[in-house]
Design a protein around this ligand. Structure first.
Ligand SMILES: O=C(O)C(=O)C[C@]1(C(=O)O)C=C[C@@H](O)C=C1
Length: 273
């Protein structure tokens, strides 16, 4: 079995993949972007993929939610990884001389206050590890990369400042995706994508009422623009109930009779890494 993840070597995605999948019989294949991972799974080039969907500080990783809208993949698992971000520099660099901080957007956002205090500019890379690798290549003493301890070791960089994320207890939630709809019979969570038929007063309240009236607890709700007209949205709704449960099926059919489009994106269990 092959598993796609965001590379290069040394990303949090790689760490999550190594901790989630058993070592035997699994080949981890790195990809250049989160979107490439989702697409490779949707097109059947990869058996499975692992991508970040939510961070405790920054919230939703919209690259992933948008990828789920446009690609037909199935969420079969969830894994929560503790995330410690550090400022990495090349040997001999002085933290006081750092003028630029490099990383992937969600990691930069998790250290926003720290970077502001440093008075540094930001530069975007496709992953924390890509920023670290680019720093080694550039050998720039005026730049630092926000990445993991594992990335520091992998690329031979120094940890100039430890734990630079703005709030303690940082973690990122990853989803495990596949092309096939593998039913997990004892799944305790499901993810739905609801595209309302048309806007009307109390639309979201009406949708949420369907779940509360069936005693279904929701653990996550996120709206994303339809990208067709300003002010129109789709809703990602995560329920604490497997897709096989009768109450969830009832909720889906009620929402459909209201005319809303409902896609079940997956049904899964959560794992702490
Ligand atoms: O760049 C990486 O190391 C990733 O695996 C991506 C990513 C993300 O985009 O959220 C994953 C976990 C952390 O939140 C920071 C970066």
């Amino acid at each position: 079995m092959n598993v796609a993840y965001l590379g290069p070597k040394g990303t949090f995605s790689e760490e999550a993949a190594l901790r989630y999948f058993p070592p035997n019989g699994v080949e981890l294949i790195m990809h250049d972007s989160i979107f490439d991972v989702i697409e490779a799974v949707a097109q059947g080039e990869m058996d499975k993929g692992i991508v970040p969907i939510e961070n405790a500080i920054e919230g939703t990783i919209t690259l992933t939610t948008d990828g789920l809208v446009t690609n037909n993949v199935w969420i079969e698992g969830e894994a929560i990884l503790p995330v410690a971000l550090h400022l990495l520099t090349v040997e001999g660099a002085d933290v006081d001389d750092i003028r630029e901080v490099w990383s992937i957007a969600p990691a930069l956002a998790q250290c926003r206050n720290f970077i502001r205090k440093m008075n540094a500019k930001i530069k975007h890379y496709s992953s924390t590890a890509n920023a670290a690798a680019s720093l080694v290549k550039a050998d720039d003493k005026h730049a630092g990369a926000i990445a993991s301890e594992w990335a520091a070791k992998t690329f031979g960089l120094e940890i100039a400042k430890k734990n630079v994320h703005d709030f303690e207890g940082n973690s990122t939630r990853f989803i495990i995706i596949s092309k096939e709809h593998t039913e997990v019979p004892e799944a305790t969570k499901s993810m739905l994508l609801i595209t309302p038929m048309q806007d009307r007063p109390g639309l979201l309240a009406i949708i949420l009422n369907v779940f509360s009236s069936l005693d279904i607890n929701l653990s996550w709700i996120e709206s994303r623009p339809t990208k067709k007209k300003l002010g129109t949205y789709r809703f990602f709704v995560e329920a604490q109930l497997g897709a096989h449960e009768i109450n969830l099926q009832k909720a889906i059919s009620i929402l459909k009779t209201y005319g809303h489009d409902v896609r079940v994106l997956g049904s899964f269990n959560s794992k702490q890494l």
